[in-house]
Design a protein around this ligand. Structure first.
Ligand code: NAD
Length: 492
């Protein structure tokens, strides 16, 4: 990076300059191709990083194997203490980490502070679960004892996406660490900065090599999946990447956790509290948090015919009122999309829907924003059928497609008619209907008269092609352990 750009980047990041790859407890410059990291809202260059090379990965795996034994030997209390110390240090850097993420991924600073809170809360949660890595005893006949212990897998890799950079970095290393594993974290190549800063802040709390942070793109991800020294891969990402991870890990039989995409439906029934449902639909979009770039964000709004016009008018008015702007401003209600690819993809979806005859009830291609940031207004798309591309494919942006329904069976066919099944939200005041629909909707997480919120310890994950396994709960930690059965025959 030229000298003046480097100085500007340093100033933007509050004087911090990333030091490269965190490998085996030390910083290296990275042996791979150079990558420019810039702010999607301002276009400002933030850093130039060399991707981790195959050699960096091998070093990280070798260091992790040694460190993992020391870490597991610390026992539940020792691991819990170290993780809680990490939580305290990260919380003390909340503003700095939130600022790095706001610059790097374009989301408002308020939302990114919330991400620091969420990431550290989940780390704290898993720090409290270390003593739950426990087994069972099996009834036996005289003189014999059969029991099952749960053991860490060894070296675990976590591949995370661009949309919640720090939150995923902190939360996703926590469960495997709590269970006694070493972790290699690969943040998104688009938003790697806060994960690197996290390593600087907490790296020395753990045996050298226990945590490595390697930055790079799909090639590095593929090398991680194929590496024989890595026992498991946990991916948060898209469905195509999920398939690539499964295929890439097949030769080494990787244990795999996949949290993938969604096309999440919010259903407003005839008997719903309509104003509350409108507010729920807007909240479910996570506009202020990630500009709709959250896996659990509502993206299909299925409205009963009786309320269709009122809901469209209410949501459109709320969308029109959203204040887009500088992610670093406390006044900003929605930032920029995080990458050029996201910007182009989202605009492509809107343009094709419009060309196919959809009505754009709010937003659209014209943002009215000055500058070249990747801004897209919250966009409400009407007058399309359930088979339209915009009603079926994950946009992963601030775009909501409204569909009309009259008959419950027809509505369920639409909700369940996709290969995806991450979240769903139902708005009704009828308990029987709520119970019936929660049973019949194919999704990993269903809210009734609520949307988008996650609750500590409540399993999160998808059915069908939205993923494998559950996260943010005990099951996530146990996924990074293996059962060992022991039978002891006593002499007498
Ligand atoms: P992505 O799949 O492109 O990338 C995710 C991670 O996988 C990145 O670190 C990337 O470098 C890596 N990767 C990419 N190709 C790879 C390959 N062939 N082998 C191994 N690793 C590879 O996802 P993204 O665009 O960063 O994020 C958006 C997607 O993530 C959306 O589909 C969204 O729904 C999903 N997501 C899901 C959840 C969830 O909890 N279910 C949460 C957030 C995001």
């Amino acid at each position: 990076m030229p000298e003046d750009h480097a100085q500007q980047a340093k100033e933007a990041l509050g004087g911090w300059v990333p030091r490269g790859q965190f490998v085996g407890g030390a910083w290296t410059s990275g042996g791979g191709a150079l990558r420019e990291i810039s702010s999607p809202a301002h276009g400002q260059r933030l850093a130039t990083l060399a991707d981790a090379s195959a050699e960096d990965l091998s070093q990280a795996v070798a260091a992790a194997r040694g460190a993992q034994r020391d870490w597991a030997a610390l026992g539940p209390l020792g691991r819990s203490r170290a993780l809680k110390q990490a939580v305290a240090r990260l919380k003390a850097h909340e503003d700095e980490l939130a600022r790095i993420d706001a610059l790097d991924c374009g989301n408002p600073i308020k939302g990114m502070r919330f991400d620091v809170t969420l990431g550290t809360t989940l780390m704290d949660f898993f720090a409290g679960l270390t003593s739950e890595v426990k087994g069972e005893t099996i009834p036996q006949v005289g003189g014999k004892l059969t029991y099952v212990t749960r053991e860490p897998l060894g070296v675990v890799a976590r591949l995370v996406p661009f949309n919640h950079p720090f939150m995923f970095a902190a939360a996703k290393i926590a469960a495997p660490l709590a269970a006694g594993n070493a972790v290699i974290l690969k943040p998104s190549e688009e938003t790697p900065l806060s994960a690197l800063r996290m390593a600087e802040i907490i790296g020395d709390l753990f045996p050298a090599g226990l945590i490595s942070v390697l930055t790079g793109g799909a090639d590095l991800g593929a090398a991680i999946c194929a590496h024989p020294g890595i026992a498991a891969v946990g991916l948060i990402g898209s469905v195509p990447t999920g398939r690539a991870v499964l295929k890439g890990g097949a030769d080494t039989l990787k244990r795999t956790q996949l949290e993938l995409g969604g096309k999440n439906a919010l259903v407003i029934c005839e008997d719903a509290d309509v104003d509350a449902a409108i507010a729920g639909a807007i909240k479910g979009m996570n506009l202020g948090w990630t500009a709709g770039q959250s896996c659990g964000s509502t993206s299909r709004l299925l409205v009963h015919d009786a309320h269709f016009d009122r809901v469209v008018a209410g949501v459109a008015a709320a969308f029109d009122a959203v204040r887009l702007g500088d992610p670093l401003s406390e006044e900003t209600e929605m930032g920029a999309l995080s990458t050029r690819a996201q910007y182009d993809k989202t605009r492509g979806f809107i343009a094709r829907a419009e060309r196919a005859g959809a009505r754009i009830a709010a937003g659209g291609l014209d943002t009215g924003m000055p500058g070249e940031g990747f801004f897209v207004r919250p966009t409400l798309i009407c007058d399309v059928g359930p088979d339209a591309e915009i009603a079926r494919d994950e946009v992963f942006g601030p775009v909501l497609t409204v569909l009309r329904w009259r008959d419950e069976a027809e509505m369920l066919d639409i909700v369940n008619g996709l290969d995806l099944g991450l979240t769903a939200s139902i708005w009704t005041r009828d308990l029987d209907r709520a119970l019936r629909l929660t049973r019949r909707i194919e999704a990993g997480y269903v809210w009734v008269n609520d949307a988008s919120d996650h609750y500590l310890g409540a399993p999160f994950g998808g059915v069908k092609q939205s993923g494998l396994g559950r996260e943010e709960c005990l099951e996530e930690m146990l996924a990074y352990t293996e059962a060992k059965t022991v039978t002891i025959v006593a002499g007498g």
